[in-house]
Ligand binder design. Structure first.
Ligand code: SUG
Length: 448
């Protein structure tokens, strides 16, 4: 079956800020309280999308969520008009307002786990929105994500958007950031790797949360109707999590038959590689590009986000291209490693750098910003075309960002009731640009 891998990027929302909300995420912690630049952040993301679309890749857009998210504040007992709610919550519970303001839905790698139709028993494409229940500011994403995926992939005969897993620690799920699919060609059956940080009922004894539970992967394998023999469960190493790899995609990325991975990513690495070989038997020969700690330490890998790169098959090149954050050029160890990598004759033939610094300051690199979705020709034709990037959409979204986004957002600006009105007006216009209808956001449905 002929199929392509699309990248659906989360469009950075107008409230992008540095709330210091994610324990275990070093960048989020280190940059708490900085003044953010929402307009620049959104334009950086759009530039990356345009760059890949221009190279002939299929690029989609996922809309930002409604923030500040007043239902969270109302759920905490604040009542009255929207303005009353923001003002009272800001006075009494500013930390809660920060949670309600995060633009974290931009990190689309956490939006869902996706199994292409070639892997599923029923021949449909399966998507399970992640419950993201570990972090309060992310636990409010799943329902809106489900709506966005339904809008992007509307035909039930081809696409199944599942309900998020139960919102409990035992099912803790952070989506594709802990999932890797390997294959010979995108349209052929593949091997799906589910990387977790703990069992569902393990006592958590680290100083950082393990955000992915094994039960989440097991549930998804069943719900998506995958072949168990082609699925591999791998435990993330404690050393990696404690060093700041709060998702597996901070130390590992895969594409086609290549797995690019730090040697300390997995708890029992040799067994994991062997299990991947066994699961791939008869389909393809997996190729491992294992980066030794002696060349790139965990700390350099996590500081630069080398592995949070997009590993892409590009038209007219026979080797894979690594789209890495510009920070990898500035870190001496990773810069040297990238030079060695491309001078060899392995599966990765080029490294290109992108500037997504605003997202990086919250711990989100190029790979965090996208959700990969393998689509057959028929599925591409059935996908919502108004959410697919092209020159026209790029121009319209850039213009929208220029007009609607603030240049700067300081921590105290989050309590400004005007931010509610401004973001709603912006998102209301966006639903027109992406043809999402007039009931896409909760504020559009209120009182309906
Ligand atoms: O969940 N940061 C996100 C970054 C997600 C990165 N995604 C992947 N690795 N796939 C997180 O920790 C920080 C928000 C703040 O602190 O304001 C934040 O949510």
């Amino acid at each position: 079956m002929s199929a392509r891998e699309a990248n659906y990027d989360g469009l950075v929302g107008p409230t992008h800020n540095f709330g210091g909300l994610s324990a275990g995420n070093l960048a989020s912690q280190a940059n708490e309280g900085l003044v953010s630049n929402p307009r620049a952040a959104a334009l950086q993301g759009l530039t990356k999308m345009k760059r890949l679309a221009d190279r002939g890749l299929l690029q989609g857009v996922l809309p930002p969520h409604e923030r500040p998210y007043l239902p969270l504040l109302r759920g905490a007992g604040f009542a009255g008009s929207d303005e009353d709610v923001i003002e009272a919550a800001w006075a009494r519970a500013p930390q809660l307002v920060r949670q309600a303001c995060s633009a974290s839905a931009m990190w689309a790698a956490n939006a869902a786990t996706v199994s292409p139709s070639a892997d599923a028993r029923d021949g449909r494409l399966h998507l399970t929105p992640a419950n993201l229940q570990t972090m309060l500011h992310r636990s409010i994403e799943a329902e809106q994500t489900r709506r966005a995926l339904n809008a992007a992939f509307p035909e039930e005969a081809r696409f199944v958007v599942h309900a998020p897993l139960p919102a409990h620690d035992a099912f803790s799920d952070e989506g594709a950031a802990n999932h890797v699919r390997l294959c010979k060609t995108h349209g052929a059956p593949g091997v799906e790797l589910f990387v977790d940080g703990r069992g569902p009922f393990d006592r958590q004894d680290m100083n950082v949360p393990a955000r992915q539970s094994r039960l989440a992967g097991e549930a998804i394998v069943r719900a998506h109707g995958l072949d168990q023999a082609r699925c591999v469960f791998i435990r993330q190493s404690r050393a990696a999590m404690e060093a700041g790899a709060f998702h597996n995609d901070v130390v590992c990325v895969g594409a086609l038959s290549t797995l690019f991975v730090h040697e300390q990513a997995f708890e029992e690495a040799k067994q994991a590689y062997a299990a991947i070989r066994t699961a791939s038997d008869g389909l393809f020969e997996p190729q491992f590009v294992i980066v030794p700690a002696s060349e790139v330490s965990l700390s350099d890998a996590i500081g630069s986000y080398l592995f949070n790169s997009q590993l892409l098959e590009m038209p007219n090149t026979d080797r894979l291209v690594l789209i890495a954050p510009i920070e990898c050029q500035e870190n001496e160890a990773t810069r040297r490693y990238c030079e060695t990598l491309i001078s060899g004759n392995g599966p990765i033939g080029a490294v290109e750098f992108v500037d997504v610094r605003q997202s990086m300051r919250n711990g989100g690199g190029p790979a965090c910003l996208r959700l990969r979705i393998v689509l057959t020709d028929a599925e591409q034709a059935a996908a919502n075309a108004s959410m697919v990037m092209n020159d026209d959409l790029y121009a319209r979204l850039s213009d929208w960002v220029e007009r609607r986004y603030r240049d700067r957002l300081a921590p105290d600006d989050l309590g400004d009731p005007a931010l509610v009105t401004q973001t709603r007006e912006a998102l209301d216009e966006l639903t027109g640009l992406l043809a999402l209808g007039d009931d896409f956001y909760p504020f559009q449905r209120a009182g309906a």
